[in-house]
Design a protein around this ligand. Structure first.
Ligand SMILES: [Zn+2]
Length: 56
């Protein structure tokens, strides 16, 4: 199971995600970014940062 902590990209955010693949996590992160960070879409550079911080 792969894991990602939003706080590793957005300091102070305590949301964490887990899923079987990077894409599954990125889908959850996209929804979270929109709902909690007001990002209508996730820029490629942020997607890269997320990928680099996924563990597991
Ligand atoms: Zn967050």
């Amino acid at each position: 199971m792969k894991q990602f902590a939003c706080g590793s990209v957005v300091p102070g955010c305590t949301a964490t995600f887990e899923g079987p693949t990077e894409d599954a996590i990125l889908a959850q992160v996209a929804e979270h970014a929109k709902a909690d960070h007001g990002m209508e879409s996730v820029p490629n550079e942020v997607v890269e940062q997320v990928r680099q911080n996924i563990t597991g």
